[in-house]
Ligand binder design. Structure first.
Ligand code: SF4
Ligand code: SF4
Length: 87
């Protein structure tokens, strides 16, 4: 019985961790086109190659590649990149 409770607890923890990972994967970075200057610093910093320039010469995030790591938000000198739920 003691081990059953332990395994049940571990199962719940695994489920919570999996859910958190899934949510993170579903929250890509977003570019504020009014603030983006097209400097390209975020493109160099993205480890997934998820950012490119759009037809206007501004940053654009590929939501399928973005893992929500947040490195681009720290690299942008103009705070044009955000991840929903973060500041
Ligand atoms: S959050 Fe991470 S993976 Fe997504 S675009 Fe920014 S640097 Fe790339
Ligand atoms: S670092 Fe910021 S301003 Fe520069 S291209 Fe990326 S989002 Fe735009």
């Amino acid at each position: 019985m003691k081990y059953a409770n332990l395994f049940a607890g571990l199962a719940v923890l695994c489920l919570l961790a999996g859910s958190a990972y899934a949510v993170a994967k579903l929250v890509p970075a977003e570019v504020d086109e009014k603030t983006c200057t097209g400097c390209g610093k975020c493109i160099d910093r993205c480890p997934e190659g998820a950012i490119s320039f759009n037809e206007k010469g501004l940053a654009e995030v590929d939501g399928d590649k973005c893992t929500g790591c947040g490195k681009c938000t720290k690299a942008c000198p103009f705070e044009a990149l955000t991840i929903s739920g973060s500041s």
